[in-house]
Ligand binder design. Structure first.
Ligand SMILES: [Fe+2]
Length: 299
């Protein structure tokens, strides 16, 4: 049961944050006249933020060092990116959650608290309920945009991309609640999912950079091509980790460095783009999350 608690908390610490940021990106992407869409996106943003806050509150001493050290929950840029994004977008961001996340300690002397199972179960149920609604919401945006009845600033592929991430989060929580093992037994499925995500990040970055940023556009393009190739290769593998897994890990380490440089450049106002600082940090965390999974699979 300790595993259930740990894996549930680690899942929410990563994914509830990702979801609250999706809420913000959606909210900031609508036109001022589309008040109902803005309100709905804001509702999900707030609710995932509360879920994350409640998760952080019970996570001290209950999660693994590898997750804390991965740079998938918070990075050196997160708080600055939150502050800047809050100013630029006018959307509230509770940065205390990031400060508290930074201070979390790995497994240690936590009081044995019998209530924790009940609390974690409650978090999982709340996440599932929120995700059902959020998935429906993202699908409705995609449908309206597809019929040219709604204009908003996010690429349709980005909506589809964040929809897939919400579905992965929901599938993960369901597995946890059914007591199924969460280990990444079929690394191929993980590689196919995340290689596509990594490829799309490169495509988004390429398309959101100012056209004058030629060198960065070229690098982003190269990453997109590389991940497209790795995605095709991953589809042809069996379930076990192999040489390709190592190749993907090496590529993703380079990619994480590129994204970190991008986040820094955007925060320092050295890169021209329409990328919100928090989006730059968000894609960096996802690369770091993937690196942690790949590393655990290989070792
Ligand atoms: Fe993503």
């Amino acid at each position: 049961m300790g595993n259930y608690v740990t894996l549930s908390l680690e899942t929410h610490l990563f994914f509830a944050r990702i979801m609250k940021e999706h809420g913000l990106f959606l909210e900031a992407g609508f036109l001022c006249k589309d008040k109902e869409w803005i309100k709905k996106a804001d509702w999900f943003r707030k609710n995932f933020e509360e879920l994350l806050c409640d998760t952080v509150e019970v996570s001290n001493g209950r999660i693994s060092r590898s997750v804390l050290d991965a740079g998938e929950l918070v990075t050196e840029f997160t708080i600055a990116a939150e502050n800047r994004t809050e100013k630029l977008s006018g959307v509230d961001i509770n940065s205390n959650i990031s400060k508290e996340t930074k201070e979390l300690q790995p497994f240690g002397n936590v009081r044995d608290n019998r209530n924790i199972l009940r609390i974690v179960h409650g978090l999982n149920r709340r996440a599932l309920q929120l995700l059902n609604g959020f998935i429906e919401f993202k699908e409705s945006i995609l449908a309206e945009v597809g019929k040219c009845r709604l204009y908003q600033a996010n690429y349709p592929l980005l909506i589809e991309h964040i929809l897939r991430e919400a579905k992965l989060y929901r599938a993960t929580v369901r597995k946890l609640m059914e007591g199924r093992d969460l280990s990444y037994q079929c690394i191929r499925d993980t590689e196919v999912f995340w290689n596509q995500i990594m490829m799309e990040h490169a495509l988004f970055i390429r398309g959101l950079l100012d056209p004058s940023e030629e060198a960065l556009i070229k690098t982003a393009d190269d990453f997109a091509k590389e991940y497209k190739n790795l995605l095709e290769q991953a589809k042809r593998q069996d379930c076990r980790a192999n040489e390709l897994t190592k190749e993907i890990l090496n590529e993703t380490i380079k990619y994480s460095e590129f994204k970190a440089a991008g986040a820094k450049g955007i925060l320092d106002c050295k890169i021209l783009s329409v990328i919100l600082p928090l989006l730059a940090d968000h894609v960096l965390r996802e690369a770091n999350h993937y690196i942690r999974i790949l590393t655990a699979t290989i070792n």
